[in-house]
Design a protein around this ligand. Structure first.
Ligand code: HEM
Ligand code: HEM
Length: 172
């Protein structure tokens, strides 16, 4: 790989890593609205729509490629990831729509009041719980990427920093 391509790949991977860490933490916070408070719950979840769009855009090449190959020859792991990603997408949409339908802070603040009724609250709770399971599977399927990337871009730089400092201290 030439240097320029290598640099672009590594900065894309770093962007993915930080975004994934942020959305993971944000998702865990949104799973406990009683601790965070309902206002944080709603605004943070709505902000996650932008973060999730970015998450998908950063893997756009993969999505386009696997979509075109899905009915043909495709390795098992990619097929499972693809199906699971669609389930995540559908479930995520249900969480957001049902959340908006029961909104107590964000929508009233914008002057929007939606009719109550239907089992929005039940749907919200159920889709959020299913989301937690799907996210667990999504994380498990990307575990080796997570470990490798954490090691390369977080642990190793910290270890290098400390060993450089130790060498400097020893030479004084
Ligand atoms: C808290 C939420 C999520 C976290 C922490 C997360 C984490 C990850 C990680 C670690 C990867 C591998 C590295 C990367 O390409 O970034 C990945 C890939 C991917 N994720 Fe997510 N993800 C989340 C939600 C979602 C959702 C809701 C969808 C679908 C709408 C999705 C679709 C994808 C796709 C298409 C890929 C790349 C292809 C693949 O290898 O599966 N992710 N995600
Ligand atoms: C990642 C997205 C989201 C997740 C994971 C999530 C998760 C949850 C969970 C687990 C509950 C508790 C359900 C219960 O105790 O019965 C809840 C309640 C609630 N959520 Fe969400 N939610 C999300 C997005 C949203 C959005 C976008 C809104 C509105 C704009 C919203 C509004 C609410 C409201 C009003 C409640 C009821 C709180 C109460 O008990 O009074 N949520 N959510």
């Amino acid at each position: 790989m030439n240097n320029e391509v290598q640099k672009n790949t590594s900065s894309l991977t770093k962007t993915k890593l930080w975004l994934d860490v942020l959305v993971f933490i944000a998702f865990l916070i949104t799973m406990d609205p009683h601790t965070s408070g309902i206002a944080i719950h709603e605004w943070l979840s709505l902000a996650m729509i932008a973060a999730m769009t970015l998450h998908l855009l950063l893997s756009w090449d993969w999505i386009v490629e696997i979509t075109s190959r899905f009915l043909g020859k495709l390795g098992g792991q990619n097929r499972i990831n693809y199906i699971l990603n669609w389930l995540l997408f559908i479930d995520g949409t249900l969480i957001m729509i049902s959340g908006i339908m029961i909104s107590e802070v964000a929508l009233p603040l914008m002057g929007i009041t939606l009719p109550m009724g239907f089992a929005w609250r039940r749907l919200h709770d159920m889709s959020a719980n299913i989301g937690l399971i799907l996210l667990g599977l999504h994380t498990a399927l990307h575990w080796s990427w997570i470990v490798t990337t954490f090691n390369k871009y977080l642990l190793q730089p910290i270890v290098k920093l400390f060993s450089a400092k130790q060498k400097k201290d020893a030479s004084i």
